[in-house]
Design a protein around this ligand. Sequence first.
Ligand code: HEC
Length: 265
Amino acid sequence: MCKPRKYLLAALCGLLSLSALADTVLYPGVGRNATAAEVAKWDIDVRPDFAGLPKGQGTVAQGQIVWEAKCAACHGVFGESNQTYNPISGGVQAQDVVSGHVANLQDKAYPARATLMKLATVSTLWDYINRAMPWYAPKSLSTNEVYAVTAFVLHLDGIVADDFVLNEKTITQVQQRMPNRDGMNTRHHLWPGNEFGGLAAPDVSSVACMSACKTEVSITSSLPEHARDAHGNLADQNRLVGQQKGVNTLRKDKAPRACTKAENC
Ligand code: HEC
């Protein structure tokens, strides 16, 4: 934000915020600028430090009512999701709440990897339910319903007691009890994981370049020639806008190369 230290800067900041308010057309012919109210509706992320978390509260008992009416049909009465979806609860033991590591994640014989076994941050659970659930009506829950049903989900694995009241303050205590709060790391292959004998190195590791960076793209791997159009033209299967354009797989280049802006890549 503008924090001017000098009068000249103050004037400049004033001008900038005025022009931000004006209906500046950034991309002529493409839609219109989003209004502040529209942006506010999208700006709902809740971060691990709880920035963005709205005030509200809900009890485990209230959450059970929401769960049984709007969640249990898909995720099971106890979050066991034994029919279609991945289980949300189960596999967490009392000692994990103390240690911050879920022991069953290291046991390759343990049959599932439930949500609460893996999840390191309670803010993510709150945020996900708030933005995406129930599946058939995302964003239909009130803030208090999200608090309540989150409390109920946490209770399923004994992370909070049955008389717990979850609100914007008590949620910080919950973070200290998340079973896998210290268990998340990137020092392993995505699949198979360490417990299945996977390498103790990430699939991808790089450091963001901040100065004197390369300006040319050099391709180090690409689709083999015989497989290029195995699924039709990938470029036709992607949106026309945005970063991900999809390569034109009907083009039969002998040597793969980075495509230029002028081409339909
Ligand atoms: C119609 C079925 C359906 C209903 C009802 C439903 N969900 Fe879901 N839920 C899903 C599906 C499907 C996913 C996986 C979505 C994905 O991965 O993109 C999911 C994912 C989740 C996850 C994340 C699991 C993970 O490990 O990533 C949580 C938490 C969750 N739902 C909670 C709820 C809550 C709370 C409710 C009720 C308010 C609810 N769901 C209602 C189908 C449903």
